[in-house]
Design a protein around this ligand. Sequence first.
Ligand SMILES: Cc1cc2nc3c(=O)[nH]c(=O)nc-3n(C[C@H](O)[C@H](O)[C@H](O)COP(=O)(O)OP(=O)(O)OC[C@H]3O[C@@H](n4cnc5c(N)ncnc54)[C@H](O)[C@@H]3O)c2cc1C
Length: 262
Amino acid sequence: MLMFMQVQQPKTVEEAHALMVKQKMAPILAGGCWTRLGNRKWPMVIDLSELGLRYIEEDETEYRIGAMATQRDVEVYEPFKTFCRGVLPKAVKDILGVQFRSMATMGGSVAAKFGFSDIIPALLALRAEVRLFEAGRMPIEQYLTYGTRDLLLEIIVPKQEVPVAIEALRKSTSDFPYLTGSARLDDQGYSVYIGCRPGKPALATKACQLINEKGLDALDEAVTLIQEELSFQSNSHAGAEYRLEMAKNMFKRLVKEVAQWK
Ligand SMILES: Cc1cc2nc3c(=O)[nH]c(=O)nc-3n(C[C@H](O)[C@H](O)[C@H](O)COP(=O)(O)OP(=O)(O)OC[C@H]3O[C@@H](n4cnc5c(N)ncnc54)[C@H](O)[C@@H]3O)c2cc1C
């Protein structure tokens, strides 16, 4: 349950950022779905709902998803149903139910940088960027290791119809995933990201390099490199060895899927 003594509702992003800097311990409240877990009573929360960041816009080259756009907004946004074969609605559709997705925001889902995220692997494959108040525009890959307390304003998705694929494995519907992945095929070759190991999604660099050099005949050899470059751990959802074996198979499936795009 979310408990707090005081709520600040800034009206501008400048005001919100100044509050974030001054009140370092005050949580930022977006959808509040994650922040409300736990029993802590916060002296203050900073609510982003008055900032006008709930939008999805597009121009000729990119889509811009405001930080307060909900997962459901993404799911029902008409152009996303066909863009890259509906990869964004597909990324959110298994996160609990419609009521939850109507509250949980895209900004909160990216800013929290959850290892189990269904959304981040898709954004990595799409070469999405984030726009931050302080740091400006930054690739999402870089944002995953960016440590400054900064306000995420929007997520920017380039309008490139390249082959991308995503996958998330769950023990049961509406559970957290125990393994996620995404793939992209472009002029640079294949990029495959594996997430929920349970760490944040990361590029399987060596495995991709091998198939980029030798082609798909080297897939079996490529997946043996995954354990050298990515770490897998056990938690309540899956064991480390199981995750690794499933990651090898997921890598193959994702690569084959993007290879077959016509
Ligand atoms: C029970 C449960 C099950 C879930 N299952 C899944 C799942 O299967 N797959 C999945 O991908 N996700 C899952 N999630 C996560 C969920 O999809 C959202 O990512 C999560 O709730 C955060 O979104 P929010 O809008 O609620 O953010 P909040 O809870 O409001 O904030 C989350 C964090 O992000 C920070 N933050 C929020 N907005 C910004 C911003 N604009 N700038 C900077 N920092 C910001 C906050 O400070 C806070 O630390 C689950 C969450 C819950 C509670």
